[in-house]
Design a binder for this molecule. Sequence first.
Ligand SMILES: C[S@@+](CC[C@H](N)C(=O)[O-])C[C@H]1O[C@@H](n2cnc3c(N)ncnc32)[C@H](O)[C@@H]1O
Length: 203
Amino acid sequence: MYYTCSNTWLSRHFSDKFVKESKRFGYRSRAWFKLDEMQKANNIITSGMTVLDLGSSPGGWSQYASQKVNNLGHVISCDIKPMLEVSKVSFILGDAFKKDVLKKICKIKNKVDVILCDIAPNITGITEIDHPKCISINYKALNLCKYILLKNGKFIIKSFNGSEFKRYYTAIKKLFKKTKIFKPVASRLNSQEIYIIAIGYKV
Ligand SMILES: C[S@@+](CC[C@H](N)C(=O)[O-])C[C@H]1O[C@@H](n2cnc3c(N)ncnc32)[C@H](O)[C@@H]1O
């Protein structure tokens, strides 16, 4: 995620309990803990699965997913920013919503069991600008499901509270058997981010 790195943000970031813990355990990001909470409550990723991690850099979720899928499964990650290698993870550098990236993903695996999307746009701090950008990304990620998500697959996506959220959530509910909204403890309280956990892709 891109942030404006003000002194306030930097000091809050480095005093953050999850930042400290991720450093201690060698996790690439504090986001690791968010996926861990979602996994523990919903058993999203299991051994042998193929997981697509969109917006993967610096790699916390990729690290997490690659452990869960084990040697039998596979993780494909993608980000517009480079990512240091994560063991057993195939990384694609590029925009997750561009055709060439989709082609590269499909070359590795035609369809996946789980799509994780933690993509965040360049945040300005102005809700009227940030919210529509986030929701637009959310729709693009949902659209990707029809090309690469297996029937009965799972879709976990970061969204943002705001005027367009309800409409987006309704769109997801139509395509999946079970959906829920999840605010991980590791997600900053003052952040508008929330996650949608959608299970059982119908198409
Ligand atoms: C919050 S970070 C992801 C953190 C990651 N889940 C982790 O565990 O380390 C959001 C990421 O989305 C990426 N991103 C933004 N737009 C993107 C796009 N169109 N395609 C791929 N990645 C994108 C950013 O470069 C950034 O690395």
